[in-house]
Each structure stands twice: as structure tokens, then as C-alpha cells.
Write a protein that binds this ligand. Structure first.
Ligand SMILES: Nc1ncnc2c1ncn2[C@@H]1O[C@H](COP(=O)(O)OP(=O)(O)OP(=O)(O)O)[C@@H](O)[C@H]1O
Ligand SMILES: [Mg+2]
Length: 308
């Protein structure tokens, strides 16, 4: 690991690496390019002027189950530039989690190719180039909160003192200072989810994959964490892929919203959100915000008509 990657990120750290290009401008959406093979896709990435954080090319995935085949994803292509915040929204069971799992190399596509920061999804996983916040908190019940948070840091070989510092810093970030010695079952569901967010951030990955991280939280806490997440994203230039069922949450957080159809998951609309990177909850009252929310709603409704 490079010294730069080992450096901790902290919202109020003046030394944190800021990416001027990302902070000062919107990331232009990248048009999908029709590709014939994974090799062509790789060539395109190398020649692309803007680095792609995630490049999904014609991905389909069919699960073989005891009850027959389940088509979860159908010919999905999507290019996500470095530093974007992309939300995925769609009805339950449409393949959002499956999509994140394919990008994370936790699930193999039946066909198609995925590149993460220019390398295969497998290599990105082995190099721990992403943090994953699962739909359920996925904490080990026999480990304390602090020890859960330290687990990836232990595996990655951080020193004891660095592990302690990072655990303290990221627990503070999600407002859980004081819970270090508790066990997961002593925390509410929302608090457990915040631990899992802190854990995903703790080793400072370039890419954050977040599967409905705030779905179980009450609205006040959710608003607060939405704002904190945006600040973190703005300051660090991380790329975030974020699954949600909430239209306002998607519009508030994203540079682009990907609207998916019911199973088999297909992309039915990609919507640009051209708000300033630093935004406050007040933008939810603006005409532009309501217009985008309406377009998402229309897309979701149109998707449903596929099945009729
Ligand atoms: N391991 C698996 N084996 C068989 N079928 C699966 C598996 N994982 C997911 N599926 C099926 O694939 C489809 C997509 O599931 P997925 O979990 O990706 O949906 P989702 O969009 O994340 O839904 P939700 O919003 O409810 O979380 C569903 O029909 C689901 O039953
Ligand atoms: Mg899901």
C-alpha cells in the first residue's frame, strides 16, 4: 500500500488530499460506448481522457435456483467517472444489490465485463480498493464495536496505534464515541449500520459501495448522515455508488441517478443532478430538485409498465 493510501481521511483534517478538478466542477456524464468485447472495453478505458472508476459492460446475471432460473440483471452497461456520486433506485428485487455485488466481485456475471479503476473487479477486491456497506450491518456479534471496526485494519496490517486512532476517528464521525466496548446486539439497528459505515471508511478506499446504508434510520438521523456523507465525498473526491429506495435521498446526494426496471434489472433512465457539490438540505425545496424527483418517479412508473 502506498503511503498516500495509508493516510487517514478526516473531515476536518487540513492535510487531507483534495482533488481540485473534482471539487471545482461537475463530473461530466460519460456516454455509454458500444463495445464488442472486454478487450475493446479495456482499450477504451486506457484511451479515455477521464479515468473511469467503474466500467460495467453488457453485464447480465442469471441465478440458477432449485425453482429455475432467475434473471437478475439484463445487459447492463454503465460508466462511472472518478469522483462521481451515483445512486441506484428501482423496485425491490430489481437487481440493485446484485449490481453492487458484481462490481465488488462478490458475484460473477453470467456475461459481460466489469472494470474497477481500470483493473478487473477481482483485482480491485484483492487490493481492497473499495469499502462495502451492506444492506444489513454484517457485524460479528462476538466482537465489540471497536474490534468490529478494526477488523479490516488488522487484516491490512495497520499498527495497533493506527488501528486505535482510526477506530476512534471514524466512530466519532458517525456519532458513536463511547460505544467502543459494546457488542453489536447492544446497539439499535441504525447504530449498527453506522458502525458498518465507519468500518467501510476506516481504510480509506477510493470507492465506496453503499447498499441502502440509511434505509433503517429515522429521518432526522438520515438527513444528518446524508449531509455528512456529502461533505466526506466532496472533501475526499471518493467515488460513491449508493443504492436507495428514497427518491429525495437519491436526488439530494447524487451527481447522477440510475433508474432501474423491475426484474430482470435494466437501466431505464440516467438522470444528471446538476447541483453544487456542497449542498444543504434546503435544495430539496427548489424547483430543480422537484423536477428531478418527478423524472425519477416517472421512470419508476414506466419501468413497472414493462411487466403489464
Ligand atoms: N444468491 C441468489 N440466488 C438466487 N437468486 C438471487 C440471489 N441473489 C439475488 N437473487 C434474486 O435476484 C433478484 C435481484 O435481487 P437483489 O437482491 O439484487 O434485488 P434488490 O434490487 O437489491 O432488492 P431490494 O431493494 O429488495 O434490496 C431477486 O429476484 C432475488 O430473489
Ligand atoms: Mg438489495
Amino acid at each position: 500500500m502506498t503511503p498516500q493510501r495509508q493516510k487517514a481521511l478526516k473531515l476536518d483534517d487540513p492535510d487531507v488530499t483534495l482533488r481540485r478538478d473534482v471539487r471545482e466542477s461537475h463530473v461530466a456524464p460519460i456516454e455509454p460506448v458500444v463495445m464488442n468485447s472486454a478487450a475493446d472495453a479495456r482499450a477504451e478505458v486506457i484511451s479515455s481522457p477521464q479515468r473511469l472508476a467503474v466500467d460495467v459492460r453488457n453485464v447480465s446475471l442469471t441465478f440458477e435456483t432449485a425453482d429455475g432460473k432467475v434473471d437478475a440483471l439484463s445487459d447492463v452497461s454503465l460508466q462511472i467517472a472518478d469522483g462521481e456520486f451515483v445512486s441506484f433506485i428501482g423496485p425491490s428485487g430489481c437487481g440493485k444489490t446484485t449490481m453492487l455485488r458484481v462490481i465488488a466481485d462478490l458475484q460473477q456475471p453470467t456475461s459481460g465485463a466489469v472494470l474497477v479503476n481500470g483493473v478487473s473487479a477481482e483485482q480491485a477486491r484483492l487490493e481492497r480498493r473499495y469499502g462495502y456497506v451492506f444492506q444489513a450491518p454484517a457485524l460479528f456479534p462476538w466482537r465489540t464495536i471497536e474490534k468490529n471496526l478494526k477488523l479490516p485494519l488488522e487484516i491490512m496490517g495497520f499498527s495497533d496505534s493506527e488501528q486505535r486512532q482510526r477506530a476512534a476517528r471514524y466512530l466519532a464521525l458517525v456519532n458513536l464515541t463511547g460505544f467502543e466496548r459494546k457488542f453489536p446486539w447492544q446497539l439499535s439497528g441504525g447504530m449498527q449500520q453506522r458502525v458498518s459505515i465507519a468500518r467501510a471508511l476506516s481504510f480509506d478506499p477510493e470507492l465506496l459501495l453503499m447498499d441502502e446504508p440509511f434505509g433503517a434510520l429515522d429521518e432526522i438521523v438520515r438527513d444528518h448522515l446524508n449531509e455528512q456523507l456529502l461533505q466526506l465525498w466532496d472533501k475526499t473526491g471518493k467515488t460513491v455508488l449508493f443504492v436507495t429506495h428514497s427518491i429525495p435521498e437519491a436526488v439530494f446526494l447524487s451527481t447522477r441517478i440510475v433508474v432501474m426496471s423491475p426484474r430482470p434489472g435494466r437501466i431505464i433512465d440516467i438522470i444528471d443532478c446538476r447541483f453544487p457539490r456542497v449542498r444543504t438540505l434546503e435544495i430539496r425545496e427548489t424547483a430543480e430538485f422537484l423536477k428531478i424527483a418527478q423524472r425519477v418517479r416517472v421512470g419508476l412508473r414506466a419501468g413497472h409498465s414493462y411487466d403489464e
